[in-house]
Design a protein around this ligand. Sequence first.
Ligand code: T1G
Length: 696
Amino acid sequence: MNDTVVTYRRDGNVGVITTNNPPVNALGHAVRAGIMAALDEALSDNDAKAIVVACDGRTFHAGADISEFGKPPQPPFLGEVINRLENCTKPVVAALHGTALGGGLEIALGCHYRVANAGAQVGLPEVSLGIIPGAGGTQRLPRLIGVAAALDVIIGGKRLKAAAAHELGVIDAVVEDPVTDGAIAFAANLIAAAQGPRPIGAQSVDGSDSDIEEARTRYARRYRGYNAPFRAIDAVEASLTTPLAEGLVLERKLFEACNATIEARALQYAFFAERQAAKIKDLPKETPPRAVAQTAVIGGGTMGRGIAMVFADAGLPVTLLEISAEARDATLTAIAKSYDGMVSRGRLTRDVANDRLSRITGATDYVDLTAADLIVEAVFEEIDVKKEVIARLDAVVASDALIATNTSYLDVNALAAASAHPQRVLGMHFFSPANVMKLLEVVRADATSDTALATVMPLAKRLGKIPVVSGVCHGFIGNRMLQVYQREANRLLQEGATITQIDKAIFDFGLPMGPFAVRDLAGIDVGWRMRKAFGIGRAQDARYSAVPDLLCERDQFGQKTGVGFYIYEGGRKSIGENPLVAELAPAEAKELGIARREIDDTEIVERCIFAMINEGANLLDEGIAQRPSDIDIVWLNGYGFPAYRGGPMFYADTVRIEKLVSRLKDLKKEYGPEWSPAPLLARLHKDSKPLTSLNR
Ligand code: T1G
């Protein structure tokens, strides 16, 4: 046990307990034991009239050590440490900085007073890990700030900045840095004022059953399919009627029940998978990134505008190049309108919006891009158009400036070859809307340099994105799997299922929309134009469904034309299926000699989801994706795969590989070779290994 992670010292007549357990002072076993030992010292130190609990490093305790979950728990448990703090006979002050989250805030709630520096944030994000606060958060926070405000933090996942936490009464004072000194001064004032311990547990709870019912109703839609958020509401509800000690016991029971669920395993897996995705296995850690101080975007369409806002939102100046002055002005006006909308919806202050807008400069001449360190092209999805853009950039920007393409499908190797410096070309595939969606597929072409990757991966984090590296193939990781998922949806339509039935089955499985509704949202024509450009059709797939193409040939593109697979009124509201689909599908089935039949939801889900899992395994075998968890992060953050299922590859393990492989073999017999189990799955089956055993 590393017994130096927690130290005790005295400053005047204040005992100071300090934890130093990088990177985030997680409350692992050594820290818990260390705090207990330091408390013994502080309580037996007669010259210490008050105690300060603080942390060194970048943050106060950022929670329990998630990597300890699933391992045999070791005493002292966090709840014991916190009860000890609360029952101290000397006043205890918590000194908060960085992100006091989960068990970190619970430690602070066990203390009698809390001070923080201006940059501190507090929160109880446990439901995002499939659990509930398990060390008093659901019992003490309602006592401190009332049920309604506590539910916003615990269920809403609200992270409170210091000023808001002070206003709400979570913290007693915002102090200057260094925060520990501020806390020691605060404690000295308590001593001077003979103010003693002030346990939260002794306080009553301000709230009512209607707060609880309101929360259950309000979060029902947001947490559709989840368990933990509703168990957390149960725990907070108990605080209304149950003394603290019993409430803590009930909370612990609910915590353990939640922690034993697949949802908890899936969300904790996703937590680490997201951080793992940022690491490129064969990229030397010491590779120096290129400085990125000035950026540029070429093309002011929907994606170009969104990408420019991503840079501006992250504090980077960006030049947005358009083909003409009119187009330039129209683009800037559209961006200003987006920011206005955010201000009117209260998501941004006017000052912040103006500040961000001021970082975006419109241009019409490539020469205005000479100073750019990173340029993202987001022009029309046509290879020759993009090649010309890259060649023109070669002539004006520095030879080591990075050129990124936002293509969704095109061959990034071919685009890189259009530059005299192919090593500086890579893909940065943003998802629409670019300034909202967190996923960024970073496409590594054969020539892409380590410097380019070492620059873009950490930059993505600065842009608030979750980067996942992908090799070059048609559709990279996400869209390649999406194609087989949609292929199966189209075939199920041929065979007799309706679009409503298919979409509902997938919706019930947990995705926010089914494959037909989502194409209507994005525009059926996006795929249609891509298939036409690549000549994709019956030649490649004897069962190819032309129904989407036939709708597009009639300008029925979905929501944007008011009709697609469904009919819409007032833009987004579907008023039912497009009757044309019910004509075209049986006609196509007849043409292809396919017998139509009743199809149940299980088959729909299996065929759509298993097809993409199998394709994911092929992506791993081909080295396009580094690890299964990267594929999961792509689908969780780019395609709305339900996080409580962990992503398609994690889900495959919950289905179990042997069941998956035998089902794939059945489907192969029924539908043909495209259902052949991926060699990787066959190997894992033979070795009785789960997919996630490959996550390194
Ligand atoms: N446990 C273990 N490791 C953690 C960790 C944690 N709680 N938090 C971060 N790490 C690791 C992370 O994997 C990464 O490692 C490194 O620290 C830096 O993290 C009883 C049970 C604090 C806001 O949910 O939200 O308390 O990849 O890259 O972007 O009720 O980390 O470098 O090897 O994310 O600056 C509740 C989780 C736990 C907070 C910092 N707490 N952490 O963000 O750095 S449950 C949380 C975060 C709980 C109690 C319950 C963020 C951060 P590596 P990072 P960052």
